[in-house]
Design a protein around this ligand. Structure first.
Ligand SMILES: Nc1ncnc2c1ncn2[C@@H]1O[C@H](COP(=O)(O)OP(=O)(O)OP(=O)(O)O)[C@@H](O)[C@H]1O
Ligand SMILES: [Mg+2]
Length: 316
């Protein structure tokens, strides 16, 4: 079972407008609501691909109930710690002009120390049944900044490898706990390494360096690092080798969740004992399938299978 942890899930609320007038009342022509948050999405993808998963984290209030309801409607097993404050709502406004949406994200709820300890106890109880732990996204304000490092260490102490999909300080501190799988996009990897990763060559060197940094902390294990590059595909480094993956060409609809789909798909295959290149092929197809899907939907097996043959992978 792949255990995902989402500390700051969300309800993603998108309003579609024909025009947007500031300081006046606007009427939406369409509204979309969905559950969000990295671990939540990753669990949905794993479940959609037939893998075993359990989604955990914090949920509170009406928005939290909505996230739980969405997971249950899809049959995704979940066990969240209920919190006193309300799960956040992220708003997007999309016009019909084809430009990227305007987004406003709430910071997230206050999570009390006792709630953090309840989650830690829950994870300690669940880890013996898990084969991977996945830590992703941000953490709500007020939770300790080193919470990803703490949870990562708990996972490693239980002998369970963990995957990390985060940015900024959360990524840096999480790396100190020794993740086995990392999937920064090129911008996140640039911030981690402190230099721009623009070209393919930059990304190859970047993926190798991230593996070296992480492996130097844990000595006993090979790390898989994927640096994703949107429509340009991705680069994967593992076991001292590096692969370049080209994504299938698809008509882009909404790339929200492409990275999460890649992580969910790759971990599903790694969990089944597939090699990193086999998992990489699946991950590239899953990311592209989600980018092509209408309405912010996430890839399932039916969406990604026709794309598998179009994924091109070569060793660098
Ligand atoms: N427009 C696209 N066309 C084809 N494939 C795509 C496209 N966008 C994303 N992908 C696929 O999905 C993978 C992950 O996408 P991306 O690099 O955008 O991740 P991300 O920035 O982490 O996304 P997320 O918003 O989910 O965190 C890419 O490596 C690629 O395989
Ligand atoms: Mg991402």
């Amino acid at each position: 079972m792949i255990l995902t942890v989402t500390l700051n899930p969300s309800v993603d609320h998108t309003l579609f407008l024909t025009e947007w007038v500031l300081n006046d009342t606007n009427r939406a022509t369409r509204v979309e609501r969905d559950a969000g948050g990295k671990g939540v999405n990753i669990s949905r993808v794993i479940h959609g691909l037939g893998g075993k998963t359990l989604a955990t984290g914090f949920l509170g209030g009406g928005a939290g109930a909505y996230v739980k309801h969405t997971l249950e409607r899809e049959g995704v097993p979940n066990q969240f710690v209920p919190i006193r404050d309300e799960t956040r709502i992220d708003f997007s406004i999309e016009l019909t002009d084809g430009k990227p949406p305007t987004c406003v994200n709430e910071p997230g709820p206050t999570v009390y120390d006792s709630e953090v300890e309840t989650l830690v106890d829950l994870l300690k109880g669940l880890l013996p049944k898990a084969r991977w732990l996945v830590l992703g996204g941000s953490h709500p304000p007020g939770t300790p900044t080193d919470i990803f490092r703490r949870i990562g260490r708990i996972s490693r102490n239980a002998g369970i490898p963990f995957a990390l999909d985060a940015d900024g300080d959360v990524l840096k501190l999480g790396v100190e706990a020794g993740p086995t799988f990392l999937k920064p996009n090129a911008a996140e990897a640039s911030r981690f390494l402190g230099r721009p990763l623009r070209s393919l060559e930059d990304c190859i060197l970047g993926a190798r360096e991230i593996c070296d940094v992480v492996e130097s902390q844990q000595r006993d294990e090979h790390v898989v690092t994927v640096v994703s590059r949107g429509a340009l595909g991705a680069v994967m480094s593992s076991h001292g080798k590096t692969w370049i993956g080209e994504s299938p060409r698809v008509e882009k609809n909404s790339t929200v969740g492409s990275g999460d789909s890649m992580v969910g798909a790759m971990l599903t295959l790694l969990d089944k004992g597939c090699s990193p290149p086999e998992a990489f092929q699946f991950g590239l197809a899953a990311g592209a399938a989600t980018a092509a899907k209408m309405g912010g939907g996430l890839a399932n097996l039916e969406d990604l299978e026709p794309l598998l043959d179009q994924v091109k992978i070569r060793e660098a």
